[in-house]
Design a protein around this ligand. Structure first.
Ligand code: 13P
Ligand code: SF4
Length: 301
């Protein structure tokens, strides 16, 4: 631990704070967190947090979800401009016009979205819960927003449903090409390729395992395979590189980095304790609608 990390750990104790970090955060940030997890785990941990203050090291929708699920707490996003480009691809009006076109359909909203979009949806999901959420609904038609890649993956896994997609995606995962996947398959024929479902369906065809960040970590830790190709953001590769010293790790694509996830520095976390970051605040009307969708998701697990 360096001096800044020690200082943050001391303040965390004194101020009764909980620090949560996503797996895509840098290792120095992950190292001072109470918990590191995927989007689903972080939402659940935030919901039952009993500390006064929650510092969510991730991107805006994660901190907003923490606030919505546990509104009594003061929630901070250390890097205030860490957003998610996919969340910015859709507006509540987009959802409402899809609802008009498909009045029988339920709206499933990936948590990588704004509170306002969650508020006009029926239920949220994460990459680790999407399939289960879709199966849990009585409707045959499902409007899935905003990630067309995760939506297509769910459509294949749950063929009894008709999935209506929105044209959004994670630019980082969508940028992996079939050529990238073909190259690793050719150069590393015995490697296991582990891919996040935010990647395109043509890329998922090459995968030995498809799952959330937590799922990929779990698979990598348990498999006997010695060569592993990580098909998600570099944070997961960094965690495994430090842990699995007997395995050879490869990344599916060079520069597989989410710039927004990497915006959180230790100084930003310190700034939350020093009163130099505004707490997350959302209009009560948006929070109430979004809470219904988030609580419904957390409730079906
Ligand atoms: P998960 O951690 O839920 O797999 O999500 C990945 C992601 O892109 C978060 O922004
Ligand atoms: Fe958004 Fe993709 Fe970054 Fe996740 S990895 S925060 S989905 S841009």
């Amino acid at each position: 631990m360096n001096d800044l990390q020690e200082k943050i750990l001391k303040l965390k104790k004194e101020r009764n704070a909980l620090i949560l970090a996503h797996y895509y955060q840098t290792l120095p940030v992950q190292d001072i967190a109470d918990f590191v997890g995927d989007s689903f785990a972080l939402a659940k941990l935030a919901q039952k947090a009993d500390k006064d203050m929650i510092i969510l090291c991730g991107v805006r929708f994660m901190a907003e979800s923490a606030k919505i699920l546990n509104p009594e707490k003061t929630v901070y996003l250390p890097s205030f401009d860490a957003g998610c480009p996919m969340a910015d691809m859709i507006t509540p009006d987009d959802v409402l016009s899809l609802r008009k076109k498909h009045p029988e359909a339920a709206v499933v909203c990936y948590v990588n979205s704004s509170a306002a979009v969650k508020a006009v949806s029926d239920i949220c999901c994460t990459s680790s819960s999407a399939e289960k959420v879709v199966r849990s609904l009585p409707n045959r038609q499902i409007i899935f927003v905003p990630d067309k890649n995760l939506g297509s993956y769910v459509a294949k896994s749950v063929p009894e449903k008709e999935i209506i997609l929105f044209d959004g995606c994670c630019p980082i995962h969508d940028n992996v090409s079939v050529k990238d996947a073909e190259t690793v398959r050719k150069t590393l024929p015995d490697a296991k390729i582990l891919v996040h479902p935010e990647c395109r369906s043509e890329v998922l065809e090459f995968a030995d395992y498809i799952g959330s960040t937590a799922g990929i970590l779990d698979y990598a830790r348990k498999t006997d395979a010695l060569d592993l190709v990580i098909g998600t953001e570099y944070g997961v590769f960094d965690i495994l590189s430090r842990e699995l010293l007997n395995k050879k790790l490869h990344i599916l694509k060079d520069n597989f980095v989410c710039a927004d996830m990497k915006k959180t520095g230790l100084e930003d976390i310190l700034a939350c304790f020093e009163g130099n970051r505004p707490p997350i605040e959302l209009p009560e009307s948006e929070m109430a609608g979004a809470r219904k969708s988030l609580e419904r998701m957390v409730g079906i697990e």
